[in-house]
Design a protein around this ligand. Sequence first.
Ligand code: ASP
Length: 321
Amino acid sequence: MKNFILLFTILILVSTVNTLPSDNKNKFVLVIHGGAGATPRDIPEELQSQYLKSLTEALIIGKNILSNGGTALDAVEKVVNYLEDNQLFNAGRGSVLTSEGKVEMDAAIMDGIDLSAGAVAGVNKIKNPISLARLVMQKTPHVMLISNGAENFAKEMNVEFGDSSYFLLDSQIDKWRDIKKKMNENKKGTVGAVALDVNGNLAAATSTGGMMMKRPGRVGDVPIIGAGTYANNQTCAVSATGWGEKFIRNNVAVSISKLMEYKGVSLKTAVNELINNILQPNDGGVIAIDKDGNYSMMYNTKSMFRGVINSDGFLEVKIWE
Ligand code: ASP
């Protein structure tokens, strides 16, 4: 029944967006992810509905911005804000915990217009790390600020903080205790968004609590421009999810862009090369959009929470193949 209601809601939403203009000039595309991993197909129906509903709501937030002529940059930031506030995902509230049972979040945002980028790493009190990353991009001459330095800058910028009761969810603490016992979990569930706006600009944003049980101080691929996040109006915008160290070593996000630029291959071919030939099975996945609005949501894990919406009224949210 719940699934039916969800499907029905999606159909209504799709028919609403169908009224949007579909000529190239007013074309927009938004693709999101909520993490790649090994979500079993038999998760409770109720939980599955919650995930699909959350992904749909995130897409609608972005669609409302893009269909009103808003920028790709605003769309990816606001969509990621929503996913950071949503406890289902490993970013902002709901972030996974380090081996010491604390939250340490990373985030990055990039504007394809001029390759400007901002990132924060190892922050544990910022409610929306992606918005702080955008302030780093727009209000400092730097690309990345970390831990205390980032949080002092956030105070100057009057950014909203959350205390430990905001971040430390009982569910995460229970999971942390369980995993501490087993010590074999490779938890994944980062969030990300890439968008093409009606002016042909691309942007990417990614936010995460990182890997479950990571060492304090560990920084993953997400805030590293070119590894987990990249956008360039000449080629594509990319947001990654998965085993961060692999994405850093292989410079995954920028490699997709460079393959397109240097070899003239399509987005699909470039993404396939990185996900299926350079990375190994179960390493993760990416969402990507090229400058013409072609998009890809490819992963080599068992599942990836993901969704797409565009100006032709197409909307899709999925967890498995
Ligand atoms: N890539 C993230 C990291 O390594 C984790 C994830 O995508 O789930 O920090």
